[in-house]
Design a protein around this ligand. Structure first.
Ligand code: 3HC
Length: 292
């Protein structure tokens, strides 16, 4: 361990790894908060798509009068898109990894970051299923590694779960929490890595009940969704939310959680698995529980 205490004031450039749904919007959140931001992905196509989507989001916000045209232009100007991870890591003061949820790939990325990112840089993962302790040792700076878990859509959702592992330093926790605040978020701190952290455990509990009620023919998915909205004030019902998050992601989270806990309650749902096998992944594929 070291005596390096990363501070919020040392953060100029943020690197977001992965230009998928989460990574791209996290990048825009950082740019809108005034940080020079690099979004890195191995795929040029993903980067081009992310750039187009983020420009469209900014334009929509300007059209709605939510954002000044000049501020949108400035935010876009702060965003860089690249495939070159090594160069991007070398210039980063804070890294948020939002690449694919595979331990082997994340392990390789974090080992590279550990070698290439400046010493003061904190290395965070947006993973919802892998605690950062799984990649921390590979970095040689375990004290500056944590989870920073954002929610979909990251531009809108206020929560960021900051999760420490046993060797995460207090300075790292403080800086990650403060950065989330400067992003306009309301971070919560999780002191011990547990499968699903807080939000996905709550979401999982509601989804389990919804799936059981529907499978038993007690009520239609439409009526279950309506009830969540009209009786509980949720912005979306559980089936709508699964379609938003992606049924493949929902299934993956359940598999990872079940592998770790072995609890029957966490067992992946066969209805969800069947939809995934049929290529019905939710909104992103045009069909899931509903058609889009
Ligand atoms: N990306 C960015 N912004 C979006 C968006 C998207 N995909 N979808 C909607 N928005 C914005 C809209 O532009 C709109 O902005 P405005 O207020 O400036 O006009 C605002 O969100 C509200 O959108 P709408 O009026 O179209 O629709 P709603 O009022 O229904 O809100 C919603 C959409 C914000 C998605 C809302 O339905 C909601 O909060 N749903 C629940 C989302 C949720 O629970 N997310 C967590 C999922 S779990 C997760 O991510 C963890 C992971 O590990 C799986």
């Amino acid at each position: 361990m070291t005596n390096i205490h990363p501070s919020i004031d040392g953060i100029r450039r943020i690197l977001v790894i992965g230009a998928g749904t989460m990574g791209s919007q996290i990048g825009l959140v950082a740019a809108l908060a005034g940080y020079d931001t690099t979004v890195q992905d191995i795929s040029e196509q993903m980067l081009a798509q992310a750039k187009a989507e983020l420009s469209a989001r900014l334009e929509a916000n300007v059209a709605k009068g939510r954002l000044d045209a000049a501020d949108a232009e400035t935010a876009l100007g702060r965003l860089d898109f690249t495939t070159d991870l090594d160069a991007a890591a070398a210039g980063a003061d804070f890294v948020i990894e939002a690449a694919t949820e595979q331990l082997e790939i994340k392990g390789q990325i974090f080992a590279r970051l550990g070698r290439l990112a400046p010493d003061h840089a904190i290395l965070a993962t947006n993973s919802s299923t892998l605690g950062s302790s799984r990649v921390a040792a590979a970095t040689g700076r375990a004290d500056r590694v944590c989870n920073m878990h954002f929610f979909n859509p990251a531009l809108v959702m206020k929560c960021v779960e900051v999760v420490r592992h046993p060797d995460t330093s207090q300075a790292t926790v403080d800086t990650a929490m403060e950065l989330a605040r400067r992003f306009g978020k309301e971070p919560v701190l999780i002191n011990r890595e547990i499968p699903g952290f807080i939000a996905n455990r709550l979401m999982g509990a509601i989804q389990r009940e919804a799936l059981a009620l529907s499978a038993a023919g007690i009520a239609s998915k439409e009526d279950i969704d309506t009830t969540a909205r009209t009786a509980l004030g949720h912005p979306m019902g559980p089936f709508e939310l699964m379609d938003l998050v992606g049924l493949d992601v929902i299934d993956f989270i359940a598999q990872a959680t079940y592998a770790e806990t072995g609890n029957e309650a966490d067992r992946p749902d066969p209805q969800v698995a069947a939809l995934v096998a049929a290529g019905r992944l939710g909104r992103k594929s045009g069909q899931g529980w509903y058609s889009y």
